[in-house]
Design a binder for this molecule. Structure first.
Ligand code: GRF
Length: 192
């Protein structure tokens, strides 16, 4: 059984889709959720799904062992960042090289990097006058939004689109594609 740990900081709508997708799956299991934001919606979602939640403490994460011990004890094969707003420390990218996936709500390498999250991304895309946006699923290394791109798909930007309406269009893509891209990544014998 391949074990997945989801890292999230927010509402957890992506985490929910991933949990739903793998519920009852023969060979893949979401066994852990890690969260750095007390009160985040993802905590309730995980508890409702009966998935243990580890609350991430800043000191431990950035100056300690970055929860590598807990992840190895849980025999985690793949880490999935589903709206996790902190940069992943080297201790973790080293321990899980090639085994951390992130989803970014734009077409990297454009509109990525520190501070480019949530509405900031969609505001920048709308302001740019680009005709389309989309999602990027990529491997995580030591640089923000920089690792090998695993999957991208686009959505047209319409005349009247605002950052809010674009965010909704992008969220639909995330929910539709992230779970199956994760499944393909694991089943294509990547280093998980
Ligand atoms: C998503 O838009 C994702 O692209 C970004 O963070 C957001 C998480 O949303 N990385 P949710 O918490 O999964 O609803």
């Amino acid at each position: 059984m391949k074990q997945i740990a989801i890292f999230a900081s927010g509402a957890g709508s992506n985490a929910l889709e991933i949990i739903r997708h793998f519920k009852g799956h023969k060979t893949i299991n979401v066994s852990l959720v890690l969260c750095n934001k007390p009160g985040a919606g993802v905590i309730d979602l995980a508890e409702y799904a009966g998935i243990p939640v580890i609350m991430i403490e800043k000191e431990q994460f950035f100056r300690g062992h970055a929860y590598v011990v807990e992840l190895q004890q849980a025999r985690i094969d793949l880490i999935v960042l589903a709206g996790f707003l902190w940069k992943i420390p080297k201790a973790l990218t080293d321990a899980f090289k090639g085994r951390i996936l992130n989803i970014h709500p734009a077409l990297l390498p454009k509109y990525g990097g520190k501070g480019m999250y949530g509405k900031h991304v969609h505001e920048a895309v709308i302001a740019s006058g680009d005709q389309s946006s989309g999602i990027t699923i990529h491997l995580v290394d030591d640089v923000y939004d920089n690792g090998q791109i695993i999957f991208q798909t686009k959505v047209d930007i319409s005349e009247g689109d605002t950052p809010e309406t674009l965010a909704s269009k992008v969220h639909i893509l995330e929910h539709r594609y992230f779970p199956s891209v994760i499944e393909e990544f694991i089943e294509n014998k990547n280093p998980c």
